[in-house]
Structures are given as structure tokens and as C-alpha cells.
Write a protein that binds this ligand. Structure first.
Ligand code: NAD
Ligand code: 022
Ligand code: ZN
Length: 369
């Protein structure tokens, strides 16, 4: 079939809206009609050429929501008409990682996904004879995409696509890091570095978990207002703190944070996030993705004295199991998404989403098909 997509032909160039050829689903695969997609940092990381593993030409996008149109041979968990959210972290329930119950990082299709290919080693997208790469196993910047069955979460049909697409990355990453990775308990003191599309979801996760102090750190003063709406109790602008930020945060938390979250991707902040944790038990979760080749540092004493450094991918969520639950939380008004979607664009104007991201004007831009 033919479909409309935003194609990244070359690193650093704007996306081009094109009609592309899409082959139907093979065994274990599903054809999805995309209804909406968010535009996230990793899409820009790859588009810009900063991602050393970026492949071109490619159809980017990993934060979508849509409807199943057709299923390939052997697909049993989905049928045409089902509403779905694509998963860049799939859940096969059979690999060593899924069976371990200790991680959400399913390995079933990891090798081919990283190469921009479907599990059988080929691409479903092409223009003329030129194959176009898939992206993070999702390629949501296309009106239709083909995905593996294990990379789709079936969700309730009454949930609005233009909001729940954000659960495909940002919402689950932020809330999941609190609930699944850190397991924040009621009464805990929490420090969040970076109050953007991820950090604001960490804040609402911390509120949901019953945290006491929820302290947000951001250099953009405009982020305070929205953060308070989501549960922030104290705002800290590092540019206005006299002296050492870590000492200031330890004082503010009465001895150190029980949990801290780095939601920027800055290795200096990762260190501060660890070091502002409470001696003996404080846990710091790295969510931000730093530029390639960067390293984190601290003195071993920080760990010897009981602080714990952790990382979280997709919030530690098991996609097919947990994503439908998060959609339910949204529909039951236990979490909020609407105010975080600050901009909406048609596919033709998708390049403006990257500009809004750079200027700090948007939290999330959603593209509707
Ligand atoms: P964003 O741009 O919306 O937010 C970043 C925030 O950090 C902004 O509000 C900015 O003002 C603030 N900031 C920048 N420099 C700062 C500094 N020195 N001190 C304090 N605050 C500072 O980005 P986002 O969408 O929230 O994403 C944040 C990070 O999370 C990115 O690195 C992204 O790639 C990563 N991420 C990770 C996962 C995962 O699974 N681990 C998933 C999604 C996103
Ligand atoms: C999503 N991310 C950032 C913004 N939006 C993001 C980026 C990378 C990861 C998670 C979220 C991530 C963490 C750990 C891994 N990835 C490796 C997982 C593994 O090796 O099993 C990651 C993922 C997908 C891809 C690359 C890296 C990919 O499909 N190319 C989950
Ligand atoms: Zn993302």
C-alpha cells in the first residue's frame, strides 16, 4: 500500500513529507493506522545527526497511538479494530529478560530493532526500490506502520489518541521511574532535576505515590507554574542559589533526598542528583540520555555510604502489561496529560515541532494524522 510519512533522508536536514510504499504484515506482524504521535528528544537526537547509531533514510517517531488494520500469520493477541500504542521496549514474555522479572528490557527483537529492521531482517518501508529504515521498532511519523505483535500494547477504545500517544514514551518513562524503578513510598522526599516532558511526569508520579516534599530543579523559571500544578512543593532555580546546590538540597530535604531523578541528560546534574541523596539509603535514578561518549563520576565514598545509583529505561514498565494500566489511570483521572500537550500540528508541519522543542516553548507537540 501507499502511505504518507515524514522521511529523514540525511542527518541534520528537515524531514520531508512523502508518499512511501509500505508492505503488508508478515508472520507475527501487525499493520497499524497511526492516529497521533508525539515528538520526543530521541527523534531529534537522531534527526540532527548527534546519534552515532542513527541510520538514514529513516522514518522516525516512537510515541504513537493508532488502530490495528490487519494482522499477519500467527498473530493471536490483536485483531483489526483494536486500539494500540507502539512499544520501543517490546514485551515478548518468553526471553531470558522477560522471564527474569528483574528488567523490562526484552531482548527478543533487540538486534534487528537497533539496525532499523523488522525481526526477519528486512524493512517494510520503501520509496521506489530504496528501503527506508524503521526507527526504534515504531516509525510513528507515518500514517501507517508495520510493527511486531510483541511491540504493541492493546488499550481501551474510548481513550483519545491525541493524548494517550504520550504514554508511548514520556508519561510512562516519568511515572514508571517513580513507581516501577524507584518504588517511591508515601512520605518520601523527592528531588527532580529537569521539569520538562519527563520531569513533570516524575512529579505527578511522586504525588501519586504519596511523596511528602517534591522538589524540582530547573534553570527555566517558566517551568515552576506547570510543575506546581502537577504536585511540586518546592522550586529551585540553580542560577539563584548562592553556594553549593547539593548542600542547599540536602538542607531543604532535612538530610538528603530519599529519591532523586535526573531528567535532563546532563552528567554534571547526574552527579548532583546522586550526591543530594540521603546518606545510607538515598536512591538516584538516571533517566536523561547523555550525549554519546559521556561519562559520569562521583567519589566511591558516595556509594560506600549507602547511596544507590540506578538507571531507568521506559520507566521500567513492561509495555504490554503496564501501558494499558497507565491508559486506565488517565481515563480515571488518576493522572493528567492534557496540559502537557502544549502544541498540536498536522504532519505537514512536523519540522516546527523540533523548533518548539529547542526554544523550550513546548512540553510536548503532538502530530495528528
Ligand atoms: P525537556 O527538554 O522537555 O526537559 C528538560 C528540562 O531540563 C528543561 O525544562 C530544561 O530547562 C531543564 N534543564 C536544562 N539544563 C538544566 C540544568 N543545567 N539544570 C536544571 N535544569 C536544566 O526534555 P524531556 O523530554 O523531559 O527529556 C529529558 C531527558 O530524558 C532527555 O535526555 C531524554 O532523552 C530522556 N528520556 C529518557 C528516557 C528513558 O527511557 N530513559 C525516555 C524518554 C526521555
Ligand atoms: C526515548 N528515549 C529517550 C527519549 N525517548 C530512550 C532512549 C533509549 C532508551 C530508552 C529510552 C534505552 C535505554 C536502554 C536501551 N535503550 C537499550 C535497550 C537494550 O539494549 O535492550 C534503547 C532502546 C531502543 C533503542 C535504542 C536504545 C532502539 O530501538 N534503537 C530501548
Ligand atoms: Zn521518547
Amino acid at each position: 500500500m501507499k502511505t504518507r510519512a515524514a522521511v529523514a533522508y540525511e542527518a541534520g536536514k528537515p524531514l520531508v513529507i512523502e508518499t512511501v510504499e509500505l508492505d503488508g504484515p508478515r508472520a507475527g506482524e501487525v499493520l497499524v493506522e497511526m492516529k497521533a504521535t508525539g515528538v520526543c528528544h530521541t527523534d531529534e537526537f537522531t534527526r540532527s545527526g548527534a546519534d552515532p547509531e542513527g541510520l538514514f533514510p529513516v522514518i522516525l517517531g516512537h510515541e504513537g497511538a493508532g488502530v490495528v488494520l490487519e494482522v499477519g500469520a500467527g498473530v493471536t493477541s490483536l485483531k483489526p479494530g483494536d486500539h494500540v500504542i507502539p512499544l520501543y521496549t517490546p514485551e515478548c514474555r518468553g526471553c531470558k529478560s522477560c522471564l527474569s522479572r528483574k528488567t523490562n528490557l526484552c531482548t527478543a527483537i533487540r538486534a534487528t530493532q537497533g539496525k532499523g529492521l523488522m525481526p526477519d531482517g528486512s524493512s517494510r518501508f520503501r520509496i521506489g526500490k530504496t528501503p527506508i529504515h524503521h526507527y526504534m521498532g515504531c516509525s510513528t511519523f507515518a500514517q501507517h506502520s508495520v510493527l511486531p505483535e510483541i511491540a504493541l500494547a492493546r488499550v481501551r477504545p474510548d481513550a483519545p489518541f491525541d493524548k494517550i500517544c504520550y504514554i508511548g514514551c514520556g508519561v510512562t518513562t516519568g511515572i514508571g521511574a517513580v513507581i516501577y524503578t524507584a518504588k517511591v513510598e508515601p512520605g518520601a522526599n523527592v528531588v527532580v532535576f529537569g521539569l520538562g516532558g519527563i520531569g513533570l511526569n516524575v512529579i505527578q508520579g511522586a504525588r501519586m505515590a504519596g511523596a511528602d516534599k517534591i522538589i524540582g530543579v530547573d534553570i527555566n523559571p517558566a517551568r515552576e507554574h506547570m510543575a506546581r500544578h502537577f504536585g511540586l512543593t518546592h522550586f529551585v532555580n540553580p542560577t539563584e542559589v548562592e553556594g553549593d546546590l547539593v548542600a542547599y538540597l540536602v538542607e531543604l530535604t532535612g538530610g538528603g533526598a530519599d529519591y532523586s531523578f535526573e531528567c535532563v541528560g546532563n552528567t554534571k546534574l547526574m552527579r548532583q542528583a546522586l550526591e543530594c541523596c540521603h546518606r545510607g539509603w538515598g536512591v538516584s535514578v538516571v533517566i536523561g540520555v547523555a550525549g554519546s561518549g559521556q561519562e559520569i563520576a562521583t567519589r566511591p565514598f558516595q556509594l560506600v555510604t549507602g547511596r544507590v545509583w540506578k538507571g531507568s529505561a521506559f520507566g521500567g514498565a513492561r509495555g504490554r502489561t503496564d501501558v494499558p494500566k497507565i491508559v486506565d489511570w488517565y481515563m480515571e483521572r488518576k493522572i493528567e496529560i492534557d496540559p502537557l500537550i502544549t502544541h498540536k500540528l498536522p504532519l505537514e508541519r512536523i519540522n516546527e515541532a523540533f523548533e518548539l522543542m529547542h526554544s523550550g516553548e513546548s512540553i510536548r507537540t503532538v502530530v495528528e494524522f
